[in-house]
Design a protein around this ligand. Sequence first.
Ligand code: NDP
Ligand code: 2IT
Length: 452
Amino acid sequence: MKIDAKQIIKHLSKSNCSTDKNFFQAVMEVLESVKPIVDDNEIYNTNNIIQRIVTPDRVIKFKVAWLDDENKVQINRGYRVQFDNTLGPYKGGLRFHPTVNEDILSFLAFEQIFKNSLTGLPIGGAKGGSDFDPKGKSDMEVMRFCKSFMVELHRYIGPRVDIPAGDIGVGAREIGYLFGAYKNMTSRYEGVLTGKQIAFGGSNIRPEATGYGVVYFTQKLLELNNMSSLKGKICLISGSGNVAIYTIEKLHHIGAIPVSCSDSRGVLYDKDGIDLDLLKTIKKDRKNSLELYVKTKTKAIYTPVEDFHKNQNNLWDIPCFCAFACATQNELNKNDAKNLLKNGCKVVVEGANMPSTPKAIDIFLKNDILFGPAKAANAGGVAVSEFEMSQNASMQSWSSEEVDKKLQKTMCNICENIHQTTIKYKLGKNYVQAANIAGFKKVADAMVALGV
Ligand code: NDP
Ligand code: 2IT
């Protein structure tokens, strides 16, 4: 069977009413990547694997009505995209952000299938969330929203059915309120959400897992490519949320020099290395601007978004050895990629989901910048989520050391697996294609084995 990716997108467009720009971008990348194994494998054709894998099992959409602090009823949209449960129960985060819509969640749920496959753990792919914006809301408003959200969501999830977790705008606080609501509504104390606090069934190292995993993955990638380690190297990081902060923390642990971070309002550059305690204090309640940092560290430079391009402080203009994109989708474009190249960057790794545009990835691949794609590099978060599920199911709690060791092993295995895939399929250093092939093959073969 010959894949015609454009034809498949056309077919998908007909069955979707929204403009699915992000979803189609994610689908296109996977379909282009897996051509070599699908074109030569008739069994995938007989079983119509491509059409099946790009079509979500179900998209659940619901209304979330909640009371604000002035006792006014507010309405938001809630979603859960249960994309595929071939390898295990649906698994993936919840995102609360004003930009959330079906397109964004479909792309994230689709990516999650292959990421979860790469972990080697028994988990399928899903994503959910709401256009609710936790920013500027009181604690009680967030709690009431989470409760209303769970009133609807609890019908569709369960520890062997679908296990949500955090993502942008959903951290330990939101997971706590969501878990409390589920427990109260069902009278069941079970591992239905991951990213819980330790006191009520959370796993050690889950908050750190994605960021630490990104760095473990990068270290292995450098080793397999006979490149020098990150020690003493200048690193750029975008974002200043969960993934960015723990990427910075692990980079400090191993003696690298993380010099930047960012948020939706601006970019911070501290050539002496980001002061992590100060950053954590500023970002604790997710309200403050990074501008506060330069009040304490006067040599650091803060550039608000409005001033980008007026000077040289746009994040990806800063010279570095390695760049970690840890904020959001499509945050790193063609021009950013050119700037990184011009300034001698040797490695780019994706901590966020799909942060690089296809044109940016093209530039990395054509110019020998070693590129670690999101599906592989940021899988540490969901891997430790699965460890949390295991601990909950067996009523146990593993030590930080134990979880960290398992996380390191998982990230090294993922890197080794996609490295071997580049060799087997003669892909050079194209780890994007390798991650897609390795992630896809496991799901596709299982789909065939399970029948329709
Ligand atoms: P957080 O909510 O903790 O932090 C998100 C960060 O990204 C904030 O600094 C935020 O800035 C910034 N950001 C978000 N949207 C935008 C935007 N449109 N433009 C500029 N900056 C933006 O989320 P996480 O750190 O958890 O998630 C970051 C990325 O990592 C996402 O792509 C997520 O899907 C991915 N990811 C997360 C995992 C996890 O375990 N949490 C696991 C794997 C991937 P501001 O505060 O100003 O909005
Ligand atoms: O994108 C992701 O992998 C996550 N947001 C984490 C998902 C999870 O279930 O821990």
